[in-house]
Design a protein around this ligand. Structure first.
Ligand code: HEM
Ligand SMILES: *[C@@H]1O[C@H](CO)[C@@H](O)[C@H](O)[C@H]1NC(C)=O
Ligand SMILES: *[C@@H]1O[C@H](CO)[C@@H](O)[C@H](O)[C@H]1NC(C)=O
Ligand SMILES: *[C@@H]1O[C@H](CO)[C@@H](O)[C@H](O)[C@H]1NC(C)=O
Ligand SMILES: *[C@@H]1O[C@H](CO)[C@@H](O)[C@H](O)[C@H]1NC(C)=O
Ligand SMILES: *[C@@H]1O[C@H](CO)[C@@H](O)[C@H](O)[C@H]1NC(C)=O
Length: 333
């Protein structure tokens, strides 16, 4: 049975159902969101976003990964409210310059182009953060991954915080317990850590994010002993032991770097995770058991990825009269 708590008419408001709905609304902070939120006010939204993501990926496959990561970096810093999209201004330094984003976060032009088209069709109706949420879902789907329905109605924030981006986003150099703690502080759990790490089935990382594993992991000139020997050899070729290799790129999931599948988990099982933080999922019994499960059951990963993404997309959202609908995703109105 499903009851639509948001689209009830007046007479229903005097029946027993709304009391149930009241409890429902109180118990879930995200219940202001609605799958049909823009159906009346921007009926072509889904098509406009889908086309924008499709054309971006048609030109450059990697943008699917970049958009997915952008949404993650939006949601983990003061909630999914589009703060990562804001350029620096006189009121704040912005998150684009924070360590995890600088020379790394990409895909902003794709969101700008989609926003331009959305503004032409329905001006000042759709938030930038909802566009980014939809775009990341479409990016996964167009890269061969699962599809999941996205509840909408988030509003855009009025500020951005460089220090929050530096402290809230996980680093590939910190231990699994610290990464897990960051997820838990956002209302996610250990399972979400494993499932959402599966996003690393697509996209690339710069040598600077894993080079410490290749040459002098222990301070005595040895590589990370866990790293698969043949992968070590190819990574040393891609990332020679000199500073000018820092920004070179390696695929996060070498087996199928542009396909959203579950081979990331196979790689972890055979010691071929790229980032130290990826491989660390095998160092804890609980996360290792989940990795092993997803490597064996790709369908379960697809299903759980959609569920965890919806949870992530609901972190710290603004609704009602909070925030605004930005006209330009880079600027507060
Ligand atoms: C669990 C902790 C995580 C850590 C430590 C981490 C760290 C990183 C690092 C260091 C990179 C490479 C960035 C660069 O070299 O420029 C990266 C790339 C990426 N991350 Fe994560 N990440 C984590 C979780 C996630 C999550 C939850 C998602 C999405 C749901 C995600 C999606 C991506 C994607 C798609 C890329 C490739 C981006 C591209 O090619 O443009 N990551 N991540
Ligand atoms: C296509 O991608 C290239 C980089 O791969 C970029 O320089 C160019 O501007 C893109 N073209 C369009 C139309 O987005
Ligand atoms: C900075 O904040 C003030 C007060 O909220 C506002 O009037 C002004 O437009 C903001 N400036 C920018 C560049 O966002
Ligand atoms: C991990 O978290 C602990 C406790 O908050 C902190 O003291 C430590 O510096 C963190 N480690 C890294 C590598 O960030
Ligand atoms: C590990 O798994 C990956 C992805 O499935 C595969 O490409 C690679 O060949 C495997 N390596 C070893 C040593 O089995
Ligand atoms: C984790 O697994 C190892 C070996 O598989 C075992 O020795 C250890 O007791 C397990 N730890 C916990 C907390 O279950």
């Amino acid at each position: 049975m499903t009851i639509d708590c948001k689209n009830m008419n007046q007479s229903a408001a005097f029946s027993a159902i709304p009391f149930f709905c009241l409890l429902f609304l109180v118990s879930f902070g995200n219940s202001q969101l609605d799958y049909k939120y823009y159906d009346a006010t921007c009926p072509n939204l889904a098509k406009i976003v889908r086309y924008g993501v499709w054309s971006a990926i048609a030109n450059e496959t990697r943008l699917a990964a970049s958009l997915l990561r952008l949404h993650f970096h939006d949601c983990f810093v003061n909630g999914c409210e589009g703060s990562i999209l804001l350029d620096a201004s006189s009121n704040f330094t912005g998150e684009k310059n924070a360590f995890p984003n600088r020379n790394s976060a990409r895909g902003f032009e794709v969101i700008d182009a989609i926003k331009d088209n959305v503004e032409k069709a329905c001006p000042s109706i759709v938030s930038c953060t909802d566009i980014l949420t939809l775009a990341s879902r479409d990016a996964v789907f167009l890269a061969g991954g699962p599809f999941w329905p996205v509840p909408l109605g988030r509003r855009d924030g009025l500020t951005a915080t460089e220090t929050a981006a530096n402290t809230n986003l996980p680093s590939p150099f910190e231990p699994l317990e610290n990464i897990t703690a960051k997820f838990i502080s956002k209302g996610l759990d250990v399972k979400d850590v494993v499932v959402l790490s599966g996003a690393h089935t697509i996209g690339f990382a710069q040598c600077s994010t894993f080079k410490q594993r290749l040459f002098n992991f222990d301070g005595a000139g040895n590589p990370d002993p866990i790293l698969d020997a043949s992968l070590l050899g190819s990574l040393r070729n891609m990332c020679p032991n000199q500073d000018d290799s820092d920004s070179k790129l390696a695929p996060l999931d070498a087996a199928t770097s542009s396909k959203f599948d579950s081979s990331y988990f196979n790689s972890l099982v055979n010691n071929s995770g790229l980032l130290q933080s990826d491989q660390a999922l095998m160092s804890d019994n609980k996360t290792a058991a989940l990795v092993s499960l997803y490597s064996k059951l790709p369908f379960l990963f697809s299903k759980d990825f959609g569920k965890s993404m919806v949870k992530m997309s609901n972190i710290g959202i603004l609704t009602g009269q909070n925030g605004e609908i930005r006209k330009n995703c880079r600027l507060v109105n």
